[in-house]
Ligand binder design. Structure first.
Ligand SMILES: Cc1ncc(COP(=O)(O)O)c(C=O)c1O
Length: 400
């Protein structure tokens, strides 16, 4: 099925790649095009392309309903939304923000752009999220906030984080970029902590090309965040807070609007793709799949392949084999953030172990059932020929 019979057929050793069009790890979900172009034509007809126009306002109302919160504030992307949110909560104070070490590599930069210092904490072995225990171990006297990050496979343990933050008198925020469509104890992610932040990037579940938004129950915070995304303007010319241009434009809002109704079906297709991975790879020894929480709804965004410690090839060699074939798998959250930030940081052992084991496999709408079967046949070929692959790499001066 892969057409790979000899080692030299592997693209890593000069063979023809399996996929002429690369297989991404992103969702690459297409918004309903008829609906998108109808909305886009309206934007042009009304000459409203930015500046808090009708599309952004409609999107904010629809997302507030979806997340069952009173306030939604659209931003140009999740990164700027997080910066504005952290800066708003800090309210002139300079201190630290506790974040998990096993997450998106941009997060420490976001905290620093907001004028704060990130403190890294370990995560739970099964959910991959921070916990009250790991977060409190990282807290310092100057900690102002805890920024929980929901994982695709599990939301954070919200109740215990709320109790911890109440006891410490600090603010709880969530980066919910991978929690869209998930629930916690039956309530949609989006209504927890002081505020939560989501992304509308084209690789995420809700495709606005680029974009992001904040959900909150706090009307005053929402007002402040609306001013901050528009240079801090209160009226025509007066400015009362540090602001920037972080407005979502109308066409990107139209794209997200055209995609919103398809979200449940997309999550269902994600679930089926992970099921297909499990079936196709079932006979390959030493392969398992990170389970998705069953007590809470999740979005099944990422197929996460875990290889046994005694697998005959290193995780990163398997990733190199896949990538050479055009399957853009990658090591999942490796290296962990505390080691990227400071190689002599005190150990955070769970995240360090996890970051050596997991492959984030191709995902999303550009991946067919046939592609998944092809990937399984390729990984099986790598498993069977592991010894000769290792020898060839050693001969070429590359580690196994
Ligand atoms: C956990 C997390 N937070 C924040 C972001 C930033 O989102 P955006 O690209 O919308 O700025 C990402 C992007 O991948 C992410 O994975």
């Amino acid at each position: 099925m892969t057409g790979k019979n000899a080692l030299s057929d592997l693209a890593l050793f000069g063979g023809k790649p399996l996929f002429s069009q690369v297989k991404s790890i992103g969702q690459l979900a297409q918004p309903n095009q008829a609906r998108f172009f109808a909305l886009a034509r309206k934007c042009f007809a009304e000459r409203r392309l930015s500046n808090n126009g009708p599309m952004v306002q409609l999107l904010e109302r629809r997302l507030a309903d979806f997340h069952r919160v009173p306030c939604c504030i659209a931003y140009a992307n999740a990164g700027l939304a997080l910066i504005a949110l952290i800066q708003s909560i800090a309210a002139g104070r300079t201190g630290s923000v506790v974040i998990p070490t096993f997450t998106y590599a941009g997060l420490p930069h976001i905290v620093r752009w907001a004028g704060q210092e990130p403190l890294f904490c370990d995560v739970d072995r099964d959910t991959h999220t921070l916990t009250a225990e790991t977060a409190s171990a990282a807290m310092a006297a100057d900690t102002i906030m805890l920024l929980g990050v929901h994982q695709a496979n599990s939301p954070c343990p919200i109740d215990e984080l709320e109790a911890l933050c109440r006891a410490r008198g600090i603010t709880l925020l969530f980066d919910s970029v991978h929690g869209l469509g998930a629930t916690y104890a039956g309530t949609p992610i989006g209504g927890f902590g002081r505020a939560e932040v989501f992304s509308l990037h084209a690789t995420k579940l809700l495709n606005g090309f680029e974009g992001g938004y904040i959900t909150t129950h706090d009307e005053n915070l929402a007002d402040l965040l609306r001013r901050k995304r528009n240079f801090g303007f209160t009226g025509e010319s007066s400015i009362d807070t540090l602001g920037m241009n972080a407005k979502l434009n109308e066409l990107h809002a139209a794209s997200a609007l055209a995609a919103l109704d398809d979200l449940p079906a997309l999550i269902e297709r994600n679930r089926s793709r992970i099921e297909a991975y499990r079936e196709s790879f079932a006979d390959i020894p030493g392969i398992s799949w990170i389970p998705y929480a069953t007590e809470n709804k999740t979005n099944h965004e990422f197929p996460l392949l875990q290889i046994a410690p005694d697998w005959p090839l290193a995780r990163d060699t398997l990733v190199s084999i896949l990538r050479a074939e055009g399957a853009l798998a990658r090591p999942y959250y490796a290296p962990p953030l505390h080691l990227q930030d400071n190689p002599s940081h005190a150990p955070l052992p769970v995240a360090e172990a996890l970051s050596g084991q997991i492959v984030q496999m191709p995902a999303g709408e550009s991946l067919s059932r046939d592609d998944i079967d092809t990937l399984a046949a390729l990984v099986d070929f790598a498993y069977i020929h592991a010894e000769s692959i290792s020898s060839a790499l050693a001969a070429a001066g590359t580690s196994r």
